[in-house]
Design a protein around this ligand. Structure first.
Ligand SMILES: Nc1ncnc2c1ncn2[C@@H]1O[C@H](COP(=O)(O)OP(=O)(O)OP(=O)(O)O)[C@@H](O)[C@H]1O
Ligand SMILES: [Mg+2]
Length: 273
């Protein structure tokens, strides 16, 4: 009889995407994506604007469904779970949305209390403890009675982060956590990502085009270009990439095609044949 492969030593991914395709009308966004997100590691997903990073994240929690391909969580297929049975899966995830919206009409306490109530935690004292605990984690206990409109952009992100971890998720999804923040505020968010990783032992998936942030937090990196994963591996692999398209992205240079599109048009010369 053939020997069975011994998988006991192979680290198993907590979240996995296999052969994922997704188009919106004619726009083929994901074109056969295969990714494994290892448990207790921070994986950074890099890629230019519009390449499908947010679309990929949304597939992990069933906010979008694949045209074809599969999504797994903890070894079980999840992309086929009907919408009304999605809640238990979504509770495993904390999602810091790109637009990071807080409820404007609730104060900070009310914002963080919201998921606790939704999850059916009835003990008000316990909820208050949890709210203080996560606010302390993000260093903003003093804002508990403030309204979102009175917070800075960086503070709002941290409150949104506190809200996304209050149910102790196994996976934290960060969609562009540092966008719109100055370098110092960005670094506070980077430090928080590292701290939460240590303290909550969570699996983190960070989508960003902020390379400073990426190198600071990543255990593993993947780069999406043209709907595919074009490079994957430890951060060092991304420092001096061989492939010219990858290097162009990492160095932040416009492509010839981009430059042609924004250069003044050369006067047309009529060619008479
Ligand atoms: N619900 C949707 N309906 C139609 N098109 C969509 C939808 N969601 C995303 N798209 C399209 O899919 C492509 C990828 O979008 P996505 O938001 O994933 O980009 P991104 O990589 O996150 O970019 P950014 O870095 O700017 O956030 C874009 O062309 C976008 O217009
Ligand atoms: Mg996005």
């Amino acid at each position: 009889m053939p020997k069975q492969p011994d998988n006991s030593q192979t680290p198993s991914p907590l979240v996995e995407v296999r052969n994922l395709y997704k188009a919106f009308d004619e726009n083929q966004v994901l074109n056969g994506i295969n990714v494994q997100f290892e448990a207790r590691k921070t994986t950074v997903v890099l890629g230019p604007s519009g390449c499908g990073k947010s679309v990929l994240l949304k597939h992990l929690i069933g906010l979008l469904r694949p045209d074809s391909g599969e999504v797994y969580f903890d070894g079980a297929r999840v992309d086929t779970i009907p919408e009304k049975k999605m809640t238990p899966l979504r509770r495993q995830f904390g999602f810091l949305f790109q637009m990071g919206a807080l409820f404007d009409s609730f104060d900070v306490r009310g914002n963080i209390d919201f998921p606790l109530r939704e999850a059916g935690l009835e003990d008000a004292a316990e909820r208050e403890d949890r709210i203080h605990e996560v606010l302390a984690m993000v260093g903003l206990e003093s804002t508990i009675d403030m309204m979102p409109a009175d917070l800075s952009g960086g503070q709002r992100k941290r409150i949104a982060l506190a809200r996304s971890i209050v149910l102790k998720p196994r996976v934290i999804l960060y969609d562009e956590p540092t966008t719109g923040l100055d370098p110092i505020r960005s670094d506070v968010i980077n430090e928080l990502i590292l701290k939460l990783q240590r303290e909550l032992d969570s699996t983190s998936i960070v989508v960003t085009h902020d390379l400073t942030s990426a190198f600071k937090v990543a255990d593993h990196m993947i780069l999406l270009l043209g709907g595919k994963v074009v490079l994957e591996g430890p951060p060092d692999l991304f420092r001096e990439p061989e492939d010219s398209e990858v290097r162009r992205f990492m160095e932040g240079r416009a492509s010839d095609e981009d430059l042609r599109a924004i250069r003044p048009q050369a006067p047309r010369t009529e060619v008479n044949t």
